[in-house]
Write a protein that binds this ligand. Sequence first.
Ligand code: FAD
Length: 605
Amino acid sequence: MVIIRMAILKDDLSRKNSMTTVTVDGGADAVGARWDLEADVVIIGSGAAGLPAAVKAADGGASVIVVETNYDIGGHAIVSGGNTPLGGGTSAQKKYGIEDSPELVFRDLTDWSVVQPNGWPDYRYNDRAVMRAFADHCALTYEFLLENGVKFKDIPPDNQGGHNLGNSAPRENHLAWTKGAGLESPNARGGTSMIRPLEASARAKGVRFLLNYKMASLIREPSSGQEAGRVIGIAARYTPRTMPGQPAPLKGFRSDGNIETTQSSVHIRARKAVILATGGSTGNLNFRRMFDPRLTGALQVAGEPYTFQDGSGELAAMAIGASLWGLANQILENGDNIRTQRALATKYNYMTWELESPIFPLVRATGLGVKDWQDLILVNQVGKRFYDETKGDYPHGNVHNEVSPYTPHDYRNSERIKFNPTKYNFFNAAVAMNEYSEPPDYSAGPVWAIFDAGAVEREQWKVTPPYVDPDGYFFSAKTLPELAAAIKNPYQAKPVDGAALQATVARYNSFVDSGADLDFGKPQPRHKIQTPPFCAAWATPLVHDSRAGLRINAKCQVMDMNGEVIPGLYCAGESAGGFNQHGLGRCTTQGYIAGKSAAAEKPDR
Ligand SMILES: Cc1cc2nc3c(=O)[nH]c(=O)nc-3n(C[C@H](O)[C@H](O)[C@H](O)COP(=O)(O)OP(=O)(O)OC[C@H]3O[C@@H](n4cnc5c(N)ncnc54)[C@H](O)[C@@H]3O)c2cc1C
């Protein structure tokens, strides 16, 4: 008799996971008889970590299945900006005479003395073994991407768009992105130029894709004697996506190599290893609040609704004993973990979604970009201002030359950063409790941008669908009390206080007259809010990155609560912990490491 411990995860973000024990009679063969599919390496997720892992595992001679819950590949990576931090002596750095080395990358990303302008340390809580592995594989991964068709702009690496890159050398590369060019994108973004070539390379190397299936659990053999139980496969559930008004499930751009089935659930055997590349946990309300209880429901997540960082990889691994790691990195004070909206009046407000996007029926509105923050005020769910609106942009972690002069690992580096918590405090103020914050979670609720017809004209906004979403994210009315009463949104605890909103606007208008914002110091408030119709537009900040996740070692093997490797289980990308860096560099490199290590495993039998 073989006993398989399965962690059954339910889909809904708010529900609990449970552990159950499935007993299979008849020995190991009976376990094998249950498998619907099998491969040497089974990779969960097809984003910035999953695709490099797939290509690298195939290069290592492994057969590979990539399981992706979405209708198409790419994850957050395909809608990302495409700024890619990879250094350590890349061919691009060499071409432009930039000196860098794995040693320098390692030294930079473990430098405890470097802090952000609010005093929070960029690299202090990085796991040293994970950093060493990254440093040693960083340049290799850059060349690997080139070999697999990824094209970067032929310009010197810089620090533009970079976050937590290290102080010693410019390491940010920029993907060469051309709209069209056969690179089908869900939102015409730079990251597509990394993801589509990697997808093409993976398919050409025989990687098979199972789209529309979500891993629900990991299957681990029981331990025997001194030998820890091995992860031997996964269970996954059919998750087709349909859009309002379009009953047929959405399909991916490419279909060669796709596994075609619509079974409601499948069991997939991994002869060598399972790699979790599920993209993190910030979309899981209860998970993210473990790190920072203030990150309550009103905050949305960048990259949604294309894909979701729902913590399903972390939860499945935790259910079979895995440990989390580097948890300090996930707090709100850490640079760009949380960001301001880039578009008002739409729920999915980090970037502007194209009308042609296949998921636009879910996005519902492009939103309104702001040219001048003098055109509006921001209020909390009560209707009260809380900050200087012109200072809301998000900060980022240390990049090349930010500490100058820089002496590695010298405590005086922190004194060379000008202490300036202003940007960070925008978020502290935005998630602070207010009069409407109630049990059980005392949520701050939404932030609303309030403006008038004059602002609409100055900004040249179109305040009709599909530019704004009148179903909960944009409202207008002839008077301010009517506007307050009109605001209805699932995250708004109770109606905005009309009298409070009116008083807020009256006081702000008086600041325009006097030229001084006596409450929050906005420099010379310029425009009164006085011409109807008055408008309220969703302007709530969002969570962006997962910087804490599963504990891994230098090979990206997942570790348990005793510090032991869980055989057959790997993790890469935002679902892995111990690494405080934003984005594509860390994820592609860990995908490379995990794919290489997994392919080198001995098959389980
Ligand atoms: C709008 C935006 C812009 C960005 N711009 C940049 C940038 O310019 N530079 C930069 O460096 N970084 C950028 N990033 C961050 C970068 O895209 C991410 O850090 C990176 O994509 C994370 O890689 P990943 O593989 O861990 O996750 P993802 O790329 O998100 O991939 C995870 C995949 O796993 C799938 N998945 C999750 N759970 C399951 C499950 N249970 N079963 C099956 N599949 C599952 C998801 O659907 C998803 O496709 C940006 C992110 C966003 C959202």
